[in-house]
Design a protein around this ligand. Structure first.
Ligand code: SF4
Length: 440
């Protein structure tokens, strides 16, 4: 709309174009690239937070855009945002922030199709005499397996008293205690005679109490204290706030997390703690991660495979060691060269920084999008866009003609990338001037 008002070129921006990759269950794919290259848009599109103009995202073999029940998908795929300062509501307590996904999704829910059963252990009393009645709502706190929520109840007879306890976070009451007439129990015990013993297992907490307890569990799981449940975000440090963000993402027990630069706003020492926490959670909960970052050392620490993005496209992908030890694409090589090294033998190392800025995604260069900055660019790179070719280690692929021995690239002439950049900068300036003139 602004373009139309200013009379300038109203071409749309393709923030992400032709991107295709798979993430295996339980692995971490690192997605790296400079700011503005389309990493976050890719992550948001995977979560169906952005509508793509074309293409598809499949989760467990099913398109996320064609699902009838998008809420069910959202329960399985969550996000941790970059900025722990702006991504938490300052007016909500940590407990309210962590339980909000549960409130939105109406969880924990009770499913009428789930049966409730008791696995009964008896001590000092004949099991034939014991009957356990389980409330149908206990599946709010007991995970059903194959449609059955099983509670584990122990019924003991000591002296003249029968008592009952339950392993899960529930209440067991002996409501009828024996052949002497018994009595209705208001606690966990009833008198023992020779008649039947009836035990009732119920869920005594309200939904908001269950959610609050879950928030405490999650806060402890991410390294905070349950006592901090009533504190507000401004009472936490940056690392602690990011832990709250992770707890919120875990509230729905997802399978897949998009981690959108989760440590880039944190101090280096805190970054390591958060990365270790993410590692532990993945091992414990079997999570799958898309880890978005611009810091290569962070990506190397946590990823199994890496995909490198430039101007909305993936230019190289492969196993993490292959990408770091033997990068095939000139852009990946430049990114790795720019990483500072602590080794004294590297003291005199010259870093040939990439020339120029990332071109506007509104008007990406023809052919290979990287050719205006690539030190190896030739005429063939301007004429044709490279595909994604096998190169280097097994599983490694790069979108560059140089990895092909027999491509016409090798016979074509080098181009003057600096002159081309200057020409593009001039045309951008002219466009801006035209727009300003129209504005006048
Ligand atoms: S295709 Fe050409 S411009 Fe593109 S990365 Fe390879 S050498 Fe550089």
């Amino acid at each position: 709309m602004i373009d139309r008002l200013l009379g300038s070129d109203g071409r749309s921006v393709k923030a992400v174009d032709g991107v295709s990759f798979a993430i295996e269950e339980g692995e971490t794919l690192g997605l790296v690239g400079e700011s503005g290259c389309g990493k976050s848009t890719t992550g948001e599109t995977l979560l169906a937070l952005q509508d793509p103009t074309g293409g598809d995202v499949r989760f467990d073999g099913e398109s996320v855009f064609d699902r009838d029940d998008v809420a069910a998908f959202r329960r399985r795929a969550q996000v941790v945002f970059q900025d722990p300062f702006s991504s938490l509501d300052p007016r909500q307590t940590a407990g309210a922030i962590v339980t909000e996904p549960l409130v939105i999704h109406g969880l924990p829910d009770t499913d009428p199709d789930v049966r409730t059963e008791a696995a009964v252990t008896t001590e000092g009393i004949d099991s034939d005499r014991v009957e356990v009645r389980v409330d149908g709502d206990v599946d709010r706190v007991v995970d059903p397996v194959d449609g059955v929520a099983t509670v584990h109840v122990t019924v003991r007879r000591r002296g003249g008293t029968v008592s009952a306890s339950v392993a899960e976070d529930l209440t067991a009451r002996v409501v009828r205690g024996g052949g002497d007439g018994g009595r209705s129990g208001d606690g966990a015990a009833g008198s023992a005679g020779d008649g039947p013993v009836v035990v009732e297992v119920t869920l005594d907490r309200s939904l908001s109490e269950i959610r609050r307890d879950r928030a405490k569990e999650l806060l402890e799981r991410v390294g905070l204290s349950a006592d901090q449940v009533d504190r507000y975000p401004h009472e936490f440090s940056g690392g602690q706030r990011q832990r709250i963000g992770i707890a919120r993402a875990l509230a729905l027990e997802p399978d897949f997390l998009v981690l959108d630069e989760p440590v880039s706003a944190l101090d280096v020492s805190v970054q390591a703690q958060i990365l270790n926490l993410l590692d532990d959670l993945q091992a414990e909960l079997g999570l799958t991660y898309l880890f978005i970052a611009h810091d290569l050392s962070v990506v190397r620490h946590i990823s199994d495979r890496v995909a490198v993005m430039y101007l909305g496209e993936i230019v190289e992908r492969g196993p993490v060691d292959a990408i770091f030890e033997d990068p095939q694409h000139p852009y990946t090589q430049a990114l790795l060269d720019s990483v500072p090294r602590a080794d004294t033998s590297e003291q005199g190392r010259r870093v040939d920084a990439l020339a120029g800025d990332v071109p506007s995604p509104r008007d990406p260069p023809a052919g290979c999008r990287f050719h205006t900055r690539c030190p190896h660019a030739r005429e063939a790179c301007r004429a044709e866009a490279p595909d994604d070719y096998e190169a280097g280690a097994p599983g490694q692929r790069a979108a560059c003609f140089r990895v092909l021995d027999d491509h016409p690239y090798w016979q074509s002439e080098p181009i003057d990338a600096a002159a081309e950049r200057a020409e593009r900068d001039r045309s951008v300036g002219d466009d801006a001037g035209d727009a300003a003139a129209n504005d006048d």
